[in-house]
Write a protein that binds this ligand. Structure first.
Ligand SMILES: Nc1ncnc2c1ncn2[C@@H]1O[C@H](COP(=O)(O)OP(=O)(O)OP(=O)(O)O)[C@@H](O)[C@H]1O
Ligand SMILES: [Mg+2]
Length: 424
């Protein structure tokens, strides 16, 4: 199951944006400040399991307690600066989830109901969820649904008196059973989307001696070590280890060193055992990404700037691995949405790409075309230029400076001072 279509209004720079089509691997390309991360942030906010204060009976009487109640309705605390131009206009969303094969039939788990709602013959089913996020207090917001349909049949809507109507198209079962089925379907989408942030540099770490820590770049080594030690998560560790050691990466076998109160990841290649730092930042990035995806409980993962520290070759390998993860069902993840400044990830066939730009007031998203290709080509040339030796640069500059389009591009890449320096 994956997000097939996404429409949002009034979230940050996304005044009115539609991505009419998403594939299991989708890349949002665009320059700085275009609004790519805002798309991921919107999805994360919408699908995050909401908390609510409920009153529970205890030995000491009635007490308020925080409970997770599902993503589809509830408070979002500290939701400031998220409305378009701070106008506090409600954020409205419409998301189409495509359930593949028999997925939805299995979740509904009631033949009578799935015969009415689902397509036959494993054709796949679409659920369309519309809702809004509204400001309720100074800093907080409230998310609610307006309507949910499955294959255009209403499974949730508000009646004229504000009453809730579940599974309108289904009769012969009790209102309670209808609600339970509705909730079972929506529960699948709790915490459905997570973001792997662009801040993912692994650092040196103290040995936290088994202390519980989260998957965070600051405690990654300890997290991975604990994963190996813990009986319940050992299989996840083995999976990470295998992907890291197997083709296409062939980086070597993961091990650990705990010395002088420090924790380090060692990579074994034949006779050689090296701290992971020695293999370069790209290898660390790849391990961090692999770990995030394999352990993820979410179905959709947003990756910020996949290209960070990765050569073009590694980017392609990474993309190849990501599509394997999605197809082989080795993880829960069924879709990956990537933001990127990078020009080319290859494998264009199954990868859907969108061009995101900010017109100064709001974000626009359009199909990938020649213009976007040209714009990214420029960034790519800029990167290549950075890698050239000064000798080579000097030669190119002297040859090409007379052409106005090259000149205008060069001054975007280098400052005049830098150009003068090179030409000295
Ligand atoms: N509340 C808001 N209303 C309008 N625009 C906003 C709001 N909050 C942020 N923005 C705009 O969103 C843009 C930043 O968007 P975002 O972080 O998604 O960019 P990006 O495409 O991910 O860029 P980068 O490639 O640099 O990460 C900025 O132009 C900022 O002005
Ligand atoms: Mg960004």
């Amino acid at each position: 199951m994956y997000i097939r279509k996404f429409k949002i209004a009034n979230f940050r720079s996304l005044k009115e944006v539609t991505i009419p089509n998403l594939n299991p691997i989708t890349i949002l390309h665009g320059d700085n400040d275009a609004g790519k991360s805002n798309v991921l942030a919107a999805l994360e906010a919408i699908f995050k399991n909401k908390q609510s204060i409920v009153t529970v009976s205890t030995n000491e009487g009635q007490k308020p307690e925080k409970r997770f109640i599902g993503f589809w309705r509830g408070d979002i605390p500290e939701f400031t600066d998220n409305y378009y131009r701070n106008t506090d206009e409600p954020i409205k969303f419409e998301i189409t989830i495509r359930f593949e094969g028999q997925e939805l039939t299995e979740i509904i788990n009631n033949k009578y109901v799935s015969d009415i709602l689902c397509h036959k013959g494993g054709k796949g089913d679409d659920a369309i969820i519309t809702g809004k996020i509204e400001k309720i207090k100074f800093r907080d917001a409230y998310q609610k649904l307006d309507k949910v349909t499955i294959n255009n049949k209403s499974v949730y809507e508000e009646g004229e008196e504000g009453n809730q109507i579940y599974l309108q198209a289904v009769d012969k079962i009790s209102e309670h059973d209808k609600y339970v089925i509705f909730e079972n379907v929506l529960r699948e989408l709790n915490d459905y989307f997570v973001i792997v942030p662009s801040r993912r540099y692994i650092k040196s770490e103290k040995d936290l001696k088994g202390e519980i820590c989260s998957l965070d770049p600051n405690s990654f080594k300890n997290w991975l070590f604990n994963l190996e030690m813990d009986r319940g998560s050992y299989a996840i560790f083995e999976n990470i280890k295998r992907v890291f050691a197997d083709t296409p990466f062939n980086f070597g076998e993961i091990g650990f060193a705990r010395e002088h109160d420090s924790m380090d990841i060692l990579i074994k290649r034949g006779e050689l055992r090296l701290p992971i730092e020695r293999l370069g930042t790209g290898v660390q990035q790849i391990l961090f990404l692999i770990a995030n995806i394999i352990q993820s409980q979410a179905r959709v993962v947003g990756i910020e700037e996949l290209e960070i520290n990765l050569s073009e070759k590694s980017q392609n390998k990474m993309l190849h691995i990501l599509s394997e993860f999605i197809q082989n069902k080795g993880t829960r993840v069924r879709q990956i949405i990537i933001t990127s400044h990078s020009y080319d990830y290859g494998e264009k066939g199954q990868v859907l790409r969108w061009w995101v730009e900010n017109d100064g007031t709001e974000t626009k998203i359009r199909k990938w075309d020649n213009d976007s290709e040209a714009a990214l080509m420029e960034t790519r040339i800029a990167k290549l230029m950075m890698r050239l030796s000064n000798e080579d640069l000097k030669r190119i500059l002297l040859q090409e400076m007379s052409k106005p389009e090259i000149k205008s591009m060069l001054v975007q890449i280098f400052t005049i001072e830098e150009i003068k320096n090179i030409l000295k």
